[in-house]
Ligand binder design. Structure first.
Ligand code: FES
Length: 113
């Protein structure tokens, strides 16, 4: 699979200690792009590993997000559930170029972003 960098706009378009939800392509899962209070940026598939809750609607604290449905805490750096909970959601690579956020998308052959 090839990696394609998708520019999603300025870092300032993502609320600090919040997230933006992206729908890219026709059939792919939504992506949550998080910005911490320290302006670190992470991207995860926007589905909690518990019951697919929308992590983009969760509460960001440090480098974690608490799922809005049942409060599982997910590590934004790894996508893994913390504490006694088990499971994880895929993470996507991020890069910042001239103040703009790019998400790395893995595309199957013939697919476009
Ligand atoms: S769906 Fe996220 S904690 Fe249950």
């Amino acid at each position: 699979m090839d990696l394609v960098w998708k520019n999603i706009g300025a870092l300032s378009n993502i609320p600090a200690q919040g997230a933006r939800r992206l729908c890219i392509g026709k059939s792919g899962p939504p992506i949550a792009v998080f910005r911490t209070g320290e302006d670190r940026v992470f991207a995860l598939i926007d589905e909690c590993p518990h019951r697919r809750g929308p992590l983009s609607e969760g509460i960001v604290s440090g480098t974690t997000v608490a799922c809005p449905l049942h409060n599982w805490v997910i590590d934004l750096t790894s996508g893994l559930a913390l504490g006694l909970d088990e499971g994880g959601t895929p993470i996507l690579p991020i890069r910042i170029v001239a103040g703009e956020v790019h998400v790395g998308l893995s595309l199957a052959a013939g697919e476009s972003a």
